[in-house]
Design a protein around this ligand. Structure first.
Ligand code: E4P
Length: 218
């Protein structure tokens, strides 16, 4: 499963990228707004930092407007993926961009039938939002599993990008049900890497090594 970082913050991206595990970055208008700086500059710097796919979202709500924004965003760097909302206009823009060879991420997916439409429009990725469904007492991971099953049975090439993941458990569950990609905030990457037994084990190894070296020198 590809691992994407869900942020527009360059410091967070640089930190997680240093771990050698990052396949790309996803941004959205809310994450971009938090950075309080020019959007194109932000995307340019993220694309220079990360080798993989960087999703940049349009804010127009009509197909023509989306396509205008997409052409400006796609010109920023080769690894820009155009993020489009799962609306009739977003699907129309997705189809045109796919036909032009531009990568797309159809976002704000909350049902299997919406995901089928994104696949039909030729999306590179479709992003079902697990956490936001959990927030309203639905089962977000069950939706990701359902979409992954449908795509496998149908042979769709669109990749399931599990989004709105809020915990390490979510990430493990998304991987287990067959999501091809997952996007998670930096906090969840940090929660995933740390384990008290790793810390205690390392501390013990280093202490034993010190004792061993001191004995050799005595
Ligand atoms: C995905 O592309 C979205 O940017 C993101 O995962 C949404 O997460 P949230 O529901 O935690 O805001």
């Amino acid at each position: 499963m590809k691992l994407f970082l869900d942020t527009a913050n360059l410091a967070e991206i640089t930190e997680i990228n240093r771990w050698g595990v990052l396949d790309g970055v996803t941004t959205n208008p809310s994450l971009a707004a938090k950075e309080k700086r020019d959007f194109a500059d932000m995307i340019r710097e993220i694309c220079a930092e990360v080798d993989g796919d960087v999703s940049a979202e349009v804010v127009a709500t009509d197909t023509d407007g989306m396509l205008r924004e997409a052409s400006e965003l796609a010109a920023i760097a080769d690894n820009v993926v155009i993020k489009l909302p799962l609306t009739p206009d977003g699907l129309g823009a997705c189809r045109k961009l796919t036909d032009e060879g531009v990568k797309t991420n159809v976002t704000l997916c909350f049902s299997a039938t919406q995901a089928i439409l994104a696949a039909g429009a030729g999306a590179t990725y479709v992003s079902p939002f697990a956490g936001r469904l959990d927030d309203i007492a639905n089962d977000g991971i069950a939706l990701i599993a359902e979409i992954a099953d449908i795509f496998r049975v149908q042979g769709y090439t669109t990749e399931v990008l599990a989004a709105s993941l809020r915990s390490p458990q979510h990430v493990a569950q998304a991987a287990a049900v067959g999501a091809q990609a997952a996007t998670l905030p930096s906090k969840v990457f940090e929660q995933m890497v740390h384990h008290p037994l790793t810390d205690a084990g390392l501390e013990r190894f280093l202490a034993d090594w010190e004792t061993y070296q001191a004995a050799l020198e005595a």
